[in-house]
Design a protein around this ligand. Structure first.
Ligand SMILES: NC(=O)c1ccc[n+]([C@@H]2O[C@H](COP(=O)([O-])OP(=O)(O)OC[C@H]3O[C@@H](n4cnc5c(N)ncnc54)[C@H](O)[C@@H]3O)[C@@H](O)[C@H]2O)c1
Ligand SMILES: O=C(O)[C@H](O)COP(=O)(O)O
Length: 526
């Protein structure tokens, strides 16, 4: 049974689901040293934001196949290292959207009505009503930075409370903003016009310290800031200064540059600052959602199936994946075949998708073809996760073309691998029953069902040649399962593909290639 390490608190629903297919060890309080020590035993690691999955951890995890983040942000995972190592990283992109959006709204309302401060004051024996006079959000401007899943839900709820939404999101279309009833503005305008500013964007080198002394200075003195996105987007020292100096009216933070937050300039701000310990996703509902979402993906990957929300391979909706799966297998088989024919260094791979395939996302098919192409050289070290990187590191140029004309098959794939001196090509298609066919090799038309062991010859189309190859195979006790010959011209060049029951014994290829009329012979293993 595969072994899964769960190193952060995860809802029981996810643990139970994984328990059906794996041994699950829940170790939520591991030190970094303990994690490093035990990770080699595990096939999968399931985490939230608490575990730091560093390069060292990934490199020590020699059996790891998948890292599952029960939540959205994967900034605690060294994704590039995981990708290089061929480890799938999955998350739950939508499981905690509502929870995080509602927490942002809760913080906005708490800031407006001083709920935590009033609660604390009352419990300390005071009945101070004047001090906690609040402000209404009704008719106020809410500036949303990042109008993605969480930002959009915040926009809907805030609009229902009568707020006007200004939004900044450089990757959002005007059409989507119009649909959401939000006014798309630039950041300068958002900062200067907003009464509330809520952050719902990822932390990247560009967004680090987006809220800093200079941007804080551009805000209204009545502005209130909410950060439920990621620590580090707000410069915490600059915010503490601005709050103490009364440059803005308040702030509420759920996330911090260093978590857990232990020492901070923020602790010196007495009045108008609310802090919560990264609670955005902490609702019962969200925790069940993300646990099940990620446990299902870990289960699938451990069973050899693709994941639906991988962050380091193209994600596909289950219904699209279902349709594409036979083509992915075809692309991988053709890639493997053309890789063995081209041999040695490959400079470029031309991937042409024809017929109905021209309408689909080509990326997964290209990756499958690359996986097949690199398999003869890299064996199990190449997979769907690292195939593109491995190809790039080898300098293989990818050329993609699409041709929607339907010819003999509803959808077909053509691969051309260019080596240092020559190009080799293969075409393949699926029949109505989804059975694979190799439909040409080096443009010689054939119709071959790919099998595990095949002998392929390039030869002159002349009497006696097929018999000669048959006798050589007989001499070496090789059993032929099927045979196909393809030619362009009578008595010109031809190709022959023999399916054989076992790999060829040593010496057969040499003997076949020495026979008159044979140009080349290859043992192909798929
Ligand atoms: N506090 C929590 O517990 C909690 C819970 C869930 C998610 N999050 C965080 O909330 C954030 C948003 O999550 P989401 O699920 O809505 O993600 P999302 O990908 O759906 O949306 C993010 C949006 O930010 C936009 N964006 C990217 N760069 C930007 C930039 N430079 N300026 C403005 N906008 C930019 C993107 O175009 C996108 O629309 C993420 O940082 C996520 O990690 C926090
Ligand atoms: O990215 C996320 O999903 C949130 O930050 C939640 O993190 P958590 O799972 O550690 O609560």
């Amino acid at each position: 049974m595969p072994k899964v390490l769960v190193s952060d608190p995860i809802d029981q629903a996810g643990i139970d689901l994984l328990g059906q297919v794996a041994q699950v060890d829940e170790r939520p309080k591991l030190s970094p040293e303990e994690l490093l020590r035990i990770i080699p035993e595990y096939d999968a690691l399931m985490i939230r934001s608490g575990t730091q999955v560093t390069q060292e951890v990934i490199e020590a995890g020699t059996n790891l196949k998948i890292i599952g983040r029960a939540g959205v942000g994967v900034d605690n995972v060294d994704v590039p290292t995981a990708t290089r190592k061929g480890i799938v990283v999955v998350n739950s992109p939508e499981g905690n959207t509502i929870a995080a959006a509602e927490h942002a709204i809760a913080l906005m309302m708490s800031l407006s009505r001083h709920v935590p401060q009033a609660n604390q004051s009352l419990k300390a024996g005071h009945w101070d009503r004047k001090k906690f006079t609040g402000v209404e959000v009704y008719k106020k401007n809410l500036g949303i930075v990042g109008l993605g899943k969480i930002g959009s839900h915040v926009a809907n709820v805030a609009q229902a409370m009568g707020m006007k939404i200004l939004a900044y999101d450089p990757f959002l279309s005007q059409e989507r903003a119009d649909q959401l009833g939000c006014r798309l503005v630039d950041l300068d305008l958002l900062f200067s016009e907003s009464d509330y500013i809520t952050l719902h964007l990822p932390k990247t080198p560009e967004t680090t310290n987006l809220i800093n002394a200079e941007t804080l200075a551009r805000m209204k003195p009545t502005a209130r800031i909410i950060n439920c996105a990621r620590g580090g987007i707000v410069d915490e020292s600059a915010l503490a200064e601005a709050l103490k100096a009364g440059k803005i009216a308040g702030a509420a933070l759920d996330v911090f540059a260093n978590e857990p937050l232990k020492e901070s300039d923020l602790f010196e701000v007495e009045e108008n600052l609310i802090l919560t310990p990264h609670l955005g996703a902490s609702t019962e509902e969200a925790q069940v959602n993300v646990a099940i979402d990620v446990a299902e993906q870990i289960r699938d990957v451990l069973l050899g199936l693709p994941a639906r929300s991988a962050v380091n391979i193209p994600g596909l909706k289950p219904e699209v994946l279902e349709k594409l799966k036979p083509y992915l297998m075809l692309a991988e088989t053709l890639g493997n075949l053309v890789g063995q024919l081209a041999g040695g260094r490959i400079e470029s791979l031309d991937v042409r998708l024809q017929g109905e395939l021209a309408k689909t996302d080509s990326k997964p098919i290209v990756i499958a073809a690359l996986k097949g192409l690199l398999t003869p050289a890299l064996r199990e070290r190449v997979n769907f996760v690292n195939a593109a990187i491995e190809a790039k590191e080898r300098g293989i140029r990818i050329i993609e073309t699409k041709d929607s004309d339907v010819r003999d098959y509803a959808g077909s794939i053509r691969l051309v691998a260019k080596g240092a001196s020559e190009s080799r090509s293969v075409n393949g298609a699926l029949l109505a029953d989804k059975e694979m066919r190799i439909t040409s090799i080096d443009d010689f038309p054939i119709s071959v069902i790919p099998t595990q062991h095949m002998l392929l010859t390039l030869h002159r189309d002349m009497p006696g040649i097929i018999g000669q190859i048959g006798s050589t195979l007989g001499k070496f006790n090789v059993n032929i399962a099927s045979m196909q010959v393809g030619r362009k011209l009578v008595r010109g060049d031809a190709v022959m593909v023999l399916s054989i029951d076992d790999p060829l014994p040593e010496g057969v290829i040499d003997e076949i290639t020495q026979a008159p009329g044979i140009r080349d012979a290859y043992m192909v293993s798929l």
